[in-house]
Design a protein. Structure first.
Length: 115
């Protein structure tokens, strides 16, 4: 009798795993050649949070531009040069905070509204 239950237990285990995947990843409905609607779990593709990276980059450029506009070009560049003469971490920060064309362009846009 124990041998008769193992295919049933295997089937139940497969169905539970399929149900769990459908609950977590969603479902895809397909119509087979015979007209039967087949529901399968959506394939889990590794996704990279592009929207989060874009928001983070945008916030970083806005922060740099606001500092550039607030401090002025000479003071900002002086502070970045101070960072360049510091430790490895400070040099990395100086490289990130250097004034690039996008930062200067956004700072010019900010300066038109800062009075």
């Amino acid at each position: 009798m124990a041998h008769a239950e193992t295919p049933f237990e295997d089937r139940v285990r497969r169905l539970m795993r399929k149900h769990s995947r459908m609950a977590h990843y969603g479902v895809v409905h397909r119509v087979g050649a015979d007209g039967l609607i087949i529901t399968r779990p959506r394939r889990r593709a590794p996704s990279f949070p592009l929207r989060g990276v874009a928001v983070l980059l945008g916030a970083a450029f806005l922060f740099k531009s606001f500092l550039y506009a607030w401090l002025g070009a000479s003071v900002y560049l002086e502070r970045v040069s101070l960072l360049q003469s510091g430790s490895i971490v400070e040099q990395g920060g100086a490289w990130l905070m250097q004034a690039d064309p996008v930062t200067i362009w956004i700072a010019a846009f900010i300066n038109t509204y800062m009075v």
